[in-house]
Design a protein around this ligand. Structure first.
Ligand SMILES: Cc1ncc(C[n+]2csc(CCOP(=O)(O)OP(=O)(O)O)c2C)c(N)n1
Ligand SMILES: [Mg+2]
Length: 694
């Protein structure tokens, strides 16, 4: 049989060995925290046996090849327990030598304070902001099911892995856990297994005073399978629970496919005579005296280990390389058989896993641009975004996205995309549009998980004003350099009657402050098409695309100007004797052009700079920047949002909005707040007359 799941057998280890393995984790963690004089010993001590049960015996992974496509994914959502993960990686045989553990939390080490993907081999996602790792895990589990459905064939299960997440009380208190676990239950993501470190403690003390929910009933209500009341310090008990979850994940439980929560009752700081069971164990070094007591207790059990000196028998028991290599070889062989039977599918799987765009990608972009210029439509840029999706969706099978219950407003669906739905037997009914429900933050965290898993370019949609709900997950995508696209429509007071609750004012500027996030606010169909294309081509970070609710006029451009859109800003209209430059973005570009006409009639020539992406423009070379914005020209920026951001371009005046909007039709609001050609023209004239800077 060609099934990749026929991996190597797990070794059967005696209880005493398991205990020694757990104690080695404890000591590496507390010694590293002590050496750093910073970190969190309580969670690694409390989850040590759970970690042994999963990592030494169940997790399908290969330390020598941390990125092979069909590995199990492991997410440490309670990322403050980073030393647990580093100890696991070191002991399992990943390229994380003991020196790195000694350098825990130090500059340029591979053992940063919280786990960071891309820095440490074997770390699948960056965690620390509680709850988001769980959201990433949901995204990974969704990716696995979708890829399995797309690529697996009878007798060829080349996508067949589990996603395991450790979570603590903090993750489950966070609202995002509700958002994503509710969706995971609804979609029946049965290969997601969450191990809950139920220790009754968080930083402020005993959680019963602020977290008294019945977590098991809560998850049962989401439709999850729940395994209750496991002794988290009993390796065998945890392993039996894991094996049960795996069984249900693969075959269903009484025909029902669902994710599984395993409640592991643990003691924080287990093994520390004076700290265990207390909040004090959570986040401060134990101190030399207490560590000596921990060692003494272990010695009484027959386990001794000097700092950083893992006994040879324990190292040997931990070594996951032989088992990992066998599993990966098994998969490789299965994949070669698959390639022989389905060469095109195999090539497509490899392309998607590598994150490469298809060979005809550039044609798709060129065709869309030709169409856009030919049609010269004056439509809302949210509609322009959908036109782009109509072209790129069919061209990119890896594109998957949706909206947080605003599909008809965000226009995130495309022709023929189909809706993703839970299927009858644990399979998903393949569709490429995800109804994320009213869950902006959860959606953004899931998008990150889809991107991290590989094989997908995910996008999401909501109103720009609700980007605040998603914000920390957007920031995490930027920190992790993941290709995720956020469609944010209704991007200014131009949305009109819904009023100031829905009218973003500070959002464009504040998103631009996130390092590594590209923000686009295109002005018409052509700029929208290019913004989408650049976001999809970008391999090292997320993009936010800001689109209007209201229709915007088509703008004519030369070939050269079309090409220059990719540079973030370009000279759209010019005059030899221009006396000022008006910089505009998105819906205010048309306003700037109208002001230019007024000024021209009054004998004042101006240059118009369209700046759909400040973030991309900021990366251009100095020559180009000086070419677009020469020193000699006074600058006036126009954007229907806060002015603060624009002063960095050394503007002489900014036409903006430093207050919240109002409820009224868009046209009335634009007039009311001075977004009129006359006001923009007058501002230019005032600057030329040496007037005030606003
Ligand atoms: C979003 C977010 N808020 C706050 C914190 C700070 N913080 C880190 S750990 C923690 C308590 C977590 O409690 P629990 O998950 O039960 O961890 P344990 O103490 O049991 O290890 C808090 C509040 C954080 N990392 N992320
Ligand atoms: Mg806790």
């Amino acid at each position: 049989m060609n099934d990749a799941s026929s991996g190597a057998q797990h070794p059967v280890l005696p209880a005493q060995t398991l205990g020694r393995m757990a104690d080695s984790l404890r000591l590496l963690a507390i010694d590293a925290v002590q050496q750093a004089n910073s970190g969190h010993p309580g969670m690694p001590m409390g989850m040590a046996e759970i970690a042994v049960a999963l990592w030494a015996r169940q997790l399908r992974h290969d330390p020598a090849e941390p990125a092979w496509p069909d590995r199990d994914r492991f997410v440490l959502s309670n990322g403050h327990g980073s030393m647990l993960l580093y100890a696991l990686l070191h002991l399992s045989g990943y390229a994380l030598p003991i020196e790195e553990l000694k350098a825990f939390r130090q500059l340029h080490s591979r053992t940063p304070g919280h786990p960071e993907v891309g820095i440490t081999p074997g770390v699948e996602t960056t965690t620390g902001p509680l709850g988001q790792g769980l959201a990433n895990a949901v995204g990974m589990a969704l990716a696995e099911r979708l890829l399995a459905q797309r690529f697996n064939r009878d007798g060829h299960r080349i996508v067949d892995h589990f996603t395991w997440a450790f979570v603590g009380d903090g993750c489950l208190m966070e609202g995002i856990s509700h958002e994503v676990c509710s969706l995971a239950g609804t979609l029946g993501l049965s290969r997601l297994v969450v191990l809950y470190d139920d220790n009754g403690i968080s930083i402020d003390g005993e959680v019963r005073h602020w977290f008294a929910d019945d977590t098991l009933k809560r998850f049962a209500a989401y439709g999850w399978h729940v395994i209750a009341d496991i002794d988290g310090h009993d390796c065998w008990a945890v392993e039996r629970a894991i094996a049960q979850a795996r069984q249900w994940g693969e075959h269903g439980r009484d025909g029902r496919f669902a994710p599984t929560l395993i409640q592991c009752r643990t003691v924080i700081g287990k093994g520390s005579p004076n700290r265990s069971g207390q909040a004090k164990a959570h986040g401060e070094p134990l101190g030399a005296a207490e560590i000596a007591l921990v060692r003494a207790e272990m010695a009484a059990r027959g386990f001794t280990m000097e700092p950083w000196q893992v006994p040879a028998d324990v190292l040997a028991a931990w070594d996951a390389r032989p088992r990992g290599a066998a599993a990966r070889r098994g998969w490789r062989d299965a994949f070669e058989a698959y390639r022989a039977a389905f060469p095109e599918l195999a090539a497509e799987f490899e392309r998607r896993s590598a994150g490469e765009l298809p060979p005809d990608w550039e044609d798709a972009v060129a065709t869309l641009l030709d169409e856009s210029r030919e049609r010269a439509e004056s439509v809302a840029t949210r509609k322009a975004s959908q036109l782009a999706l109509n072209r790129f969706g069919p061209a990119l099978p890896e594109l998957i996205g949706g909206s947080a219950d605003l599909t008809g407003s965000n226009l995130t669906d495309f022709a023929g995309c189909g809706a993703l739905r839970a299927g009858p037997d644990g399979a998903l009914q393949a569709g490429r549009h995800v109804n994320f429900g009213v869950r902006e933050f959860g959606m953004a965290g899931i998008l990150n998980g889809l991107a991290l898993h590989g094989g997908f370019i995910p996008y999401g949609g909501t109103f720009l004003t609700f980007s605040d709900y998603s914000r920390n997950a957007i920031r995490m995508a930027a920190l992790m350099r993941q290709r995720v696209v956020h469609v944010f429509t209704h991007d200014s007071i131009g949305l009109g009657e819904d009023g100031p609750t829905h009218q973003p004012v500070e959002h464009a500027s504040s998103l631009r402050l996130i390092p590594g996030l590209d923000v686009w606010r295109p002005a018409d169909t052509v700029e929208s098409a290019i913004a989408w294309a650049v976001a999809l081509e970008r391999r090292d970070g997320p993009s936010a695309l800001l689109f209007s609710r209201q229709a915007l006029p088509f703008v004519t451009r030369s070939e050269g100007q079309v090409a220059a859109v990719r540079r973030g800003a370009y000279v759209l209209r010019d005059a030899a004797e221009a006396r000022a430059a008006i910089i505009a973005t998105g819906s205010e570009l048309a306003l700037a052009l109208a002001a230019r006409d007024l000024l021209a009639a009054e004998g004042v020539a101006v240059r118009i700079v369209s700046m759909p992406s400040t973030t991309v423009f900021d990366r251009q070379d100095v020559d180009y920047k000086r070419h677009v914005l020469p020193e000699r020209l006074p600058r006036i920026a126009v954007e229907a949002g806060v002015t603060d951001f624009w002063w960095k371009y050394r503007c002489d005046a900014v036409v903006g909005l430093d207050r919240f909007g109002e409820s009224a039709p868009a046209g009335a609001l634009y007039a009311h707040f001075g977004f009129t050609p006359r006001n923009v023209a007058d501002t230019v004239l005032a600057v030329l007359a040496g007037g005030p800077g606003r």
